[in-house]
Write a protein that binds this ligand. Structure first.
Ligand code: GTP
Ligand code: MG
Length: 302
């Protein structure tokens, strides 16, 4: 299944509905009105939708492209650049944060599998000692993927788990440690303080760690992602976003609003429940898939 198919719901809402509009040449008033409606429905948000409607006609004529190409170019330009994946062999710690059920644990397993497949010695650690069965959930992924997992009993201080996991990864020569944390609401000061502490303690175990803090967002929350990003970045220095569950929503346009408004690059996307339903985010590929343009020479336009 290609990316366009996995993003089917949003793609259909945007591209399929607009199939008739996407002719060649500059869009007229009526076409723009219908486009506006479709973009709002895909949860692009008012601000970005307005920008598209304002800039699209000019862009189409100055670049000599059709509406579909022009829309792809405009949407791409709203995404912050994605940093290169670090290929270094020294230990890097990656921490996931987010609200309850956003897909953190699944993301930890997927990232661990990705790094292992890139040839890095990888381990996972469960700093969610709050939710019953959180450790078992990660341990299950560990057995399935054959990747070691650090798990401590429920109620253990999550900072202590993080510290021990980093110390153990260092001592055993691991190159990637992916840290899972408990789900929490971004308006709970006590829980955000706990997160700050996990972050701080990790840095004590290894200078510069965690090297990445990934905020995991459920793609279907749409515009509500913005207060989450604000809340979490008050507690920890978020370095990027992971947007999950994009298979189950027609609101994939929110991805652009999330990235544009927060300024955080989108690093990975989840498009299903399996370990493989996960991609490194590629702004061009994603945008083209959403508006129904072929990825590389294929025929996707509908
Ligand atoms: N359809 C779909 N489901 C997903 C995706 N990512 C995660 N899920 C599902 O979402 C549910 C919650 O995922 P978890 O990874 O346990 O979420 P979490 O953030 O760790 O949850 P807490 O630890 O309780 O806060 C599980 O049923 C996952 O299978 C995705 O990209 N698409
Ligand atoms: Mg979890």
């Amino acid at each position: 299944m290609n990316l366009g198919d996995r993003l089917r719901k949003t793609r259909d809402a945007l591209a399929f509905r607009l199939g008739a509009l996407f002719g060649s040449g500059s869009p007229g008033f009526e076409e723009l009105e219908k486009l506006e409606e479709a973009l709002l429905e895909a949860d692009l948000g008012w601000k970005l939708t307005e920008k598209v409607i304002r800039d699209l006609p000019g862009l189409c004529s100055s670049r000599g492209v059709g509406m579909r190409e022009g829309l792809a170019l405009l949407l791409e330009s709203m995404l912050p650049p994605v940093p290169e994946e670090c290929r270094g062999r020294e230990l890097r710690v990656i921490m996931t944060v987010g609200v309850n059920g956003s897909g953190k644990t699944t993301t930890v397993a997927r990232l661990a599998a990705m790094y292992r497949n890139l040839g890095h010695m990888t381990m996972m650690a469960c700093a969610d000692t709050f939710r019953a069965a959180a450790g078992e959930q990660l341990a299950l992924w560990g057995r399935k993927l054959d990747i070691p997992v650090v798990v401590r009993s429920e109620g253990t201080d999550p900072g202590a788990v993080a510290y021990d996991a980093v110390a153990s990864a260092r001592a055993r020569g691991f190159q990637r440690l992916i840290l899972d944390t408990a789900g929490r609401l971004p308006n709970r000061k006590d829980l955000l303080d706990e997160l700050s502490k996990i972050h701080r303690v990790t840095g004590k175990a290894l200078e510069g760690a965690p090297h990445e803090v990934l905020l995991v967002l459920d793609g279907s929350v749409g515009q509500n992602a913005l207060p989450q990003a604000e809340g979490f970045s008050r507690a920890v220095p978020v370095t990027g976003l992971v947007v999950t569950k994009l298979d189950g929503t027609a609101k994939g346009g929110a991805v652009f609003a999330m990235a544009h408004e927060t300024g955080f690059p989108i690093r990975y996307i989840g498009t299903g429940e399996g370990c493989d339903d996960f991609s490194v985010f590629d702004p061009v590929q994603f945008t083209r898939a959403l508006v129904g343009l072929p990825d590389q020479g294929g025929t996707v336009i509908r």
